[in-house]
Design a protein around this ligand. Structure first.
Ligand code: CU
Length: 116
């Protein structure tokens, strides 16, 4: 009997946790959350993080910490043009999908923006 009671208690806890989990949208972000701002640092000829996942409406800011210019270019989706040393460029994610991008000045620099 004690075991049955314990199981009942655990089931209650589990369903409470499940309820809490279901209250949040995928990724743990509620659908009603306001747009967020994400940062990608450009440093040492790298985008950090290299891959970033955001929601439509979120803003992504690329911050160029290198002492020379870079671009953030996903052909047909977004293009920062030249971002000078110490400057940043922001983009509001509007088009859902996986957008590989690169720096047109240093084409080995690659990143991916996933917009859900
Ligand atoms: Cu570059």
């Amino acid at each position: 009997m004690r075991q049955a009671a314990a199981r009942g208690f655990l089931a209650t806890v589990a369903s409470a946790l499940l309820g809490a989990a279901l209250a949040a949208a995928p990724g743990g972000v509620a659908a009603t959350d306001p747009p967020r701002t994400h940062e990608v640092v450009i440093q040492g000829l790298l985008y950090v993080p290299e891959t970033l996942t955001v929601r439509r409406g979120d803003v992504v800011v690329w911050i160029n910490k290198d002492p020379f210019p870079h671009t953030v270019t996903a052909a047909g989706v977004f293009d920062s043009k030249s971002v000078a040393a110490g400057k940043s460029w922001r983009y509001q994610a509007g088009k859902a999908g996986t957008h590989p991008y690169l720096c047109t000045l240093h084409t080995t620099m690659k990143g991916t923006l996933r917009v859900e």
